[in-house]
Design a protein around this ligand. Sequence first.
Ligand SMILES: [Zn+2]
Length: 473
Amino acid sequence: MDQIDACDVKGINESLRAWARPGEFIRPIAIEQVVVADDALDALVDVVWQMAAGGKVLLVCDHTPMRRGSDDLKPLVFDRLSRRGSVQLRHVPVQPGRCHAKLEAAQELCSELGAYAVVVSVGSGTVTDITKYARHLFVEANPSSRLRFVSFPTAASVTAFTSALAVLSVDGVKRTLSSRAPDAVICDLRTIASAPAIMSQAGFGDVLARSVAYGDYYLAHVVGMDDDFSVLPGRLLAQAEQEMLDRADDVAKATLPGVRSVTEAVLLAGMAMSIVNQTAPISGWEHVISHFFDMTAKYDGREQALHGGQVGVATLLAARAYERAWNALDLNRIAADVPADASRAWRRRVESTFGKYDPAGKLMAEIWRDYDKKMTRWAQSGEARRRFVDRKRAGELDAFIAANVRTSRAVEDYLARAGAPRTFDTLDEPIPHETAHAAVQFSHLIRARFTLGDLLDQGGWLNPDRAAALLGA
Ligand SMILES: [Zn+2]
């Protein structure tokens, strides 16, 4: 495995250039500075004021009280930054990890950014994504702007911090939007280790998703549903991912080495997605299942569970599905031509599945737009599908899946050692069995991305009994 230092952006870009196949286009990492240190507060102050170049600084956070050891974190950061110049504090109305960032919050923040040279987010994934997207919108509207963005993560809970993508809720559906990476990411491990252990466990689950998502990413390409595929995101992340898994017992206890290993892994995971400008290498069916839970939370009358917690459990389900279905797919079905009037049946299926969650039909329009796009491509990809089936029958795809998809036993063991949930009903906000069952059967209907869920469905494997068996181990 290649030795990669998450803080050495220049070295990472050199490695990527060296690894790329001739003609393969890889986006270089555009982040100027990545710092991971036990105490990174001085580094934060230096980086922010250097970037501000005499201008003003806006500090964005939410209302959640946070500690850094025995200190109150936000006043501490505000005080340290304020000693060097003018800092304004702006609260965004979110509970980190629970209610996902809404597009409107980013738009509102964007309208206030004109007065500042640097915007700093102090928070976990939600605050980071709102700030990241607000800054992106601002630069889109003001191309000559030199507004800089510094991310100070308060928990290693998601892979979002270094990515050029922002996950925001648009009309109630979680969407991944093209955005801009931060100019600097400053990780203060004392802060991150002071967050509840469940936050690092969530980051652990979010990175663990690569264990199945990389298979989905590959299969989508081979079956003709995604033009792009690269081995480089996996290669970039491999060593940090393994280091994090080896540290699972430390993650459970939120020790500094445990938290450091998750932090470095989530930073590299974000970069791994950015270099191919899509989340697919680390976000497959397991993420779609998680999105289904977020989407239906209001309907169930429950709070959203932590993203990475949901994703970790869904990773275990997907690993089981790979084992059980890989050699049981109906390949003739996958190769078959799609009837010309199939679109009507797809739409009826989406309506009958999601009607109860969305009487107003707003969500349905979003879901249908994505699913229609996916299935239209499926109908057109007959030639690629038949090639896929030939290669599958010849056993040519087995080696990649074996090398890139972890066994359910390994996934379950890592989750257990990290102290992370292994069933949906033991999440911080438990998911009712009926919702979990519906997610396994229908979540693939909500997104344009082709994942294992689609292959199980198209291959005639996914049915209510098998969905229940995936949930029940
Ligand atoms: Zn994720």
